[in-house]
Design a protein around this ligand. Structure first.
Ligand SMILES: [Zn+2]
Length: 234
């Protein structure tokens, strides 16, 4: 008596256990990976730095305008204060006033540009923070989903392991040993289904005589090419 059906059931159970184990490993990797959040955080920090730099440049520009404005005030006080009467000196003061006004106009333009740069940097920072929060939310949602999946998969795996034990106990020692040896040697697949008169695992075509042996309840037929145990599901 050969326990082909039991061997085939055992194979299907082991396949399912392996699939679950692979998925559990995958989930572990996904849970450990927070790259998108880390990247978004780095970008937010960089944007924040950008705001600081732009603000520093703006206050420098403001100070420059301020300094020249004070100079102009002194100049105007001297020019219209009545203390300076020498025409040559008055002319110099007028020339200086004109130069200062030109300089102030230039500096005010630079100040306006600096203000615009600050605005842009602040917007960029706001956007980066929004993206960072979004990445955090997405990650925690994903992680909650994955943790739920772990619970389901672990319960399923427990059940399958118990089923496996029951199936293995139904097999004679020599058939179980053959099954385990083949599984170790053949990438986890010891039992191959017969489909369209061929081995489903390696594709070898099976002779009529071998197909008869596969259907015999007493004989444990093996694929002539990959040596796996053959089973014909009905
Ligand atoms: Zn084969």
């Amino acid at each position: 008596m050969a326990h082909k059906k039991t061997l085939y059931e055992l194979q299907k159970t082991d396949d399912e256990i392996r699939r679950i184990t692979t998925r559990l490993d995958e989930i572990e990797t996904l849970l450990a990976n927070d790259e998108s959040v880390r990247k978004a955080k780095t970008q937010a920090l960089q944007a924040k730095k950008g705001v600081k730099v732009a603000e520093a440049a703006l206050s420098k520009a403001e100070e420059a305008v301020q300094r020249q404005t004070v100079k102009l005030e002194h100049n105007q006080a001297a020019l219209y204060g009545g203390k300076v009467t020498n025409p040559k000196e008055l002319q110099d003061l007028q020339l200086e006033a004109a130069a200062l006004k030109r300089r102030i106009a230039r500096l005010e333009e630079a100040q306006l540009e600096a203000m615009q740069t600050v605005e842009k940097a602040r917007l960029r920072y706001k956007k980066a923070v929004r993206l960072y929060r979004k990445a955090q939310t997405r990650q925690s949602e994903q992680q909650a989903g994955l943790r739920g999946e772990i619970v389901t998969l672990k319960a399923k795996k427990e059940k399958l392991l118990a089923e496996r034990e029951t199936l293995a106990a139904q097999l004679p020692a020599d058939e179980y040993r053959l099954y385990e040896d083949l599984r170790a040697a053949r990438k986890g697949v010891a039992v191959a289904a017969v489909q369209n008169e061929a081995c489903n695992a390696c594709g070898a075509t099976l002779s009529t005589r071998l197909l008869q042996a596969v259907r015999s309840p007493t004989h444990l037929a093996r694929c002539p090419s990959c040596r796996r145990i053959l089973y014909e599901p009905r």
